[in-house]
Ligand binder design. Structure first.
Ligand code: GLC
Length: 668
């Protein structure tokens, strides 16, 4: 290592352990390279020296990236944001967030990928590779159990060891395969111990079990006690706080922390500085190309949820656009992820006109009280009545950091806009700008089309127009379940704002929960429509070894449209001796299939597809027995099915050898 810790004094080492301002590490008066960090997950959010946010390319939020189910696009997303980082001398991007969407009320769901750990971890891994292949570091966050925003710095989130490993640590485990330069610890206590002080979680689990080799940085203000966090192997307290260094020094002087413990934490910072210095920074996209990347990802992340023959639009018909202002679309949620773009949006009706479609708009911006809409909206209703179809731009209650939602319904006045408009026109299409699942029960049966736009970045209007006109065949699929109502969700309406939030649903999060209870949902995890219709056939499962299988199947595009299809591979443990979900996503593929063509798709399943976490042994187990492999285009569909029988060898702990068929054990 270039930097020899022996050449640093104790004071210098302690100074390194605390940020010198909001975004920088200490340079020890020029002795070391200073590191600059910046948010955020859907675009660079750099505060300039004047405190103002510099403009950057506003990419789709990670919830929209997740709806693409496209590993290549997750990588491209990271590559694109990294260009802005290199251009602005940012060394570490504070992203991606992989916290599991346990409740649709969580204010930061827009910033996260999914309710499923495999989808979240797999796409996060690609995003990290995309950023770091440009010589910029990442910060995998928020480690861990930061699954809602209410009292996030106080409520202790508590779950059992099996749930922790199978659900909440799993996305970190998968994403760590990309070697993120840093991991950011979360604000909240986990099982009663603040994450910043939690040596078991920050060292024994994160490093020894999940294999993390980089540096741990606190969330901003998450450190409760400076020397305790250093003992827990958290290297960098952010941001600067005036007593930060003294607190560690006093801990050392009082014998609460040793120089060896300080050295261990400091070494991770020195290694990070070396990574920053040795990495080859590169820029490969122009500003326009970055914008086009934002469009490309938005196009594949927008999900067609309903289409009763109204999409794509028809050039011979007349459309009226209303609702919220399409000239200033909501493209991100609030908080540290909200970056600033200088991109100038165009109104959707004008963009459709440029494509040869007949669209007009009143652009009534729905005010807080409904009267505005009704009074100045009479002309709107008249126009709605005289049109062949109406397109409504609809904003759900905004998702934002530090705030959870109180409901998953649209505001009453917004629902009324939809239901009133449906009285005047039978072909209403809703463009839904929402950061997480929405209860549509009040209007879904009245409208003919729904596009879940999400918070889709600065390319959103081009993406919408390309899908509405049929230039792009929609291929997005839900990365979180849309329940029929909040009371149907595992956490229900209870805002558990006592000091402890017990994850009583255990491993049954998201579709795992609705499957277990055989509950109907509005739209299932993994669901999304296309202008094509795809059929699956000829499933074949090839055994490569006792725990490795090759799964192949045909997908046929029975339409005149070329289209991309996301195929999802679930595994069901038929004979498990303990309760397991009905099925669990273990692989997925996104493939372009030309009109009327058939493509044979092959994916691999390894031992991780079959194991469960056995708390009694504190590790993963593969139990002998039958497993079903389910292949389809959604988590609830007419699956192709195959059954396999696994007879894993038994592992003898005393001799650490595999002895005979029976239980099979591996650490990771
Ligand atoms: C915030 C967020 C974190 C962000 C950091 C810096 O509180 O929790 O995601 O990266 O502070 O803004």
């Amino acid at each position: 290592m270039k930097y020899d810790i022996k050449k640093l004094t104790l004071d210098e080492k302690i100074e390194l352990l605390v940020g010198v301002d909001t975004w920088h590490t200490s340079s020890l008066n020029g002795k070391l390279r200073q590191i600059r960090m910046s948010d955020g997950p859907n675009g660079l959010r750099k505060e300039g020296d004047d405190g103002k946010i510099v403009s950057s390319t506003s990419m789709p939020t990670l919830s929209v990236v997740a709806n693409t189910w496209n590993k290549e696009l997750a990588y491209l997303d990271g590559q694109t944001i990294a260009d802005d980082c290199v251009e602005n001398d940012v060394d570490v991007l504070l992203a991606p967030g992989v916290n599991i969407k346990r409740t649709p009320l969580n204010g930061r769901n827009f910033e996260y990928f999914s309710e499923d750990p495999v989808l979240a971890g797999t796409l996060a891994k690609e995003y990290i590779l995309g950023v770091q292949d440009k010589g910029v570091g990442t910060s995998l966050k928020h480690y861990c159990l930061n699954n809602r925003e209410i009292d996030r710095i106080a409520i202790s989130n508590e779950c059992d060891e099996r749930t922790l490993n199978e659900i909440y640590l799993k996305p970190f485990e998968i994403a760590i395969e990309a070697n993120p330069w840093t991991v950011m610890c979360s604000y909240n206590p986990v099982n009663g111990v603040y994450m910043a002080d939690n040596k078991e979680m920050l060292n024994d689990v994160l490093r020894d079990k999940l294999g993390f080799k980089g540096m741990v940085v606190s969330d901003w203000g998450a450190v409760k006690n400076g020397y305790k966090s250093v003992k827990a192997n958290l290297s960098l307290r952010m941001p600067f706080i005036d007593f930060g260094v003294d607190e560690i020094k006093k801990g050392y002087e009082d014998g609460k922390i040793t120089e060896q413990e300080i050295d261990e934490a400091v070494n991770y910072i020195l290694e990070l500085i070396e990574k920053v210095e040795n990495s080859k920074k590169e820029i490969s996209f122009t500003k326009d190309e970055r914008h086009n990347n934002a469009v490309k990802i938005a196009e594949e992340g927008i999900v067609l949820l309903k289409n009763d023959g109204v999409l794509p639009l028809n050039k011979n018909k007349k459309y009226f656009i209303n609702g919220d202002d399409s000239k200033s679309p909501i493209i991100t949620g609030g908080g540290s992820a909200a970056c600033k773009t200088d991109y100038k949006f165009k109104r959707l009706d004008l963009m459709l006109n440029e494509e040869g479609f007949n669209a007009t708009s009143d652009q009534i911006i729905i005010r807080d009280d409904f009267v505005d809409y009704i009074t100045c909206g009479h002309s709107s209703f008249k126009k709605a009545y005289e049109s062949d179809g109406v397109i409504l731009v609809i904003n759900a209650p905004i998702n934002a950091e530090a705030h959870d939602l109180e409901s998953i319904k649209l505001y009453k006045r917004i629902e009324k806009v939809i239901t009133e408009t449906c009285k005047y026109n039978e072909n209403v299409i809703v463009l839904l700008f929402a950061g997480s699942a929405i209860d549509m029960s009040g209007w879904i049966d009245k409208v003919k089309g729904v596009l879940l736009v999400g918070y889709a970045g600065e390319g959103v209007n081009e993406a919408i127009v390309n899908i509405l006109t049929g230039k792009t065949n929609p291929s997005g699929k839900l990365s979180e379940t849309f329940p029929l109502s909040l009371s149907d969700t595992p956490t229900g309406e209870d805002v558990d704002n006592l000091m402890v939030d017990r994850y009583k649903e255990g491993i049954f999060v998201g579709y795992r929960y609705y499957d277990m209870l055989k509950k109907d949902v509005l739209f299932p995890f993994g669901f999304g429509l296309s202008y094509s219709n795809f059929s699956y056939s000829d499933l074949e499962v090839k055994k490569l070894s006792e725990t490795d299988y090759e799964v192949s199947y045909n997908i046929t595009n029975n339409s005149d449209y070329d289209g991309k299809e996301v195929s999802e591979i679930y595994v069901k443990d038929v004979m498990a001796s303990l309760s397991r979900p009905e099925k669990e996503l273990k692989a997925f593929s996104k493939d372009l299939i030309k009109a009327h063509q058939t493509k044979r798709v092959t994916v691999k399943l390894d031992k991780k597809a079959f194991t469960y976490y056995l708390t009694a042994k504190h590790t993963w187990f593969l139990e002998e027995g039958y497993f079903e492999i389910l292949v389809g285009g959604s988590s609830r569909c007419n699956f192709l099915k195959a059954k396999i029988y696994i007879t894993p060898e038994e592992y003898d702990f005393s001799t650490h050898t595999v002895v005979k068929n029976g239980f099979w054990l591996y650490n990771l």
